[in-house]
Design a protein around this ligand. Structure first.
Ligand SMILES: CC(C)(COP(=O)(O)OP(=O)(O)OC[C@H]1O[C@@H](n2cnc3c(N)ncnc32)[C@H](O)[C@@H]1OP(=O)(O)O)[C@@H](O)C(=O)NCCC(=O)NCCS
Length: 115
C-alpha cells in the first residue's frame, strides 16, 4: 500500500556550487565522492540538484520536514544501471534533469511512517 508520495523541483542555476559548506551539508560522503567525480559544472549541478530534490521529495513522502529527517540521514546512490536508490527499502525514487531544472519523485510503501 502506498503511504506517501513526494515531488520536488530544483533550479540548478541557484545552487551555490562554490560554497563548500553547502555541499558538505547536503551530500553524504558516498554522494560527495560521486559529485566530485563529475567532470563538468553542469554535471555537478545536475547531480547536486537531483540529490537535493530527491531528499526534499522523500521528506514530503514521509510527511516530515527535511530538517527533522536530516539531510545526512538520506543517501541516494545509483545501481550499475544508473537507476537511483534511497537508503530506505520502502522508498521508490525517480530523478530527471533537463536544462536548468532537476525533478525527483518518491513513492513510499506501507511500513515507512510507523518506523
Ligand atoms: C538512463 C536513462 C533513464 C536516463 O534518462 P535521460 O533522459 O537521459 O536523463 P534524465 O535527466 O531524465 O535522468 C537522469 C537520471 O535518471 C536516473 N537513471 C539513470 N539510469 C536509470 C535507469 N536505468 N533506470 C532508472 N533511472 C535511471 C538517474 O537518477 C539519473 O540522474 P543521476 O545520475 O544524477 O542520479 C535513459 O537514458 C534510458 O532509459 N536509457 C536506456 C537504458 C540505458 O541505456 N541504460 C544505461 C545503463 S545500462
Amino acid at each position: 500500500m502506498i503511504v506517501g508520495i513526494g515531488v520536488d523541483m530544483v533550479k540548478l542555476s541557484r545552487l551555490p556550487l562554490e560554497r563548500i559548506h553547502f555541499i558538505e551539508r547536503v551530500l553524504t560522503p558516498g554522494e560527495k565522492a560521486l559529485f566530485y567525480s563529475k567532470k563538468t559544472e553542469q554535471a555537478k549541478r545536475e547531480f547536486l540538484g537531483g540529490r537535493f530534490a530527491a531528499k526534499e521529495a522523500y521528506a514530503k513522502a514521509k510527511h516530515l520536514g527535511l530538517a527533522k529527517i536530516g539531510l545526512q540521514n538520506i543517501e541516494i546512490l545509483n545501481y550499475a544501471s544508473g537507476e537511483p536508490y534511497l537508503n530506505d527499502p520502502h522508498a521508490h525514487l525517480s530523478i530527471t534533469h533537463e536544462k536548468d531544472y532537476a525533478i525527483a519523485f518518491v513513492v513510499l510503501e506501507k511500513g515507512d511512517i510507523d518506523e
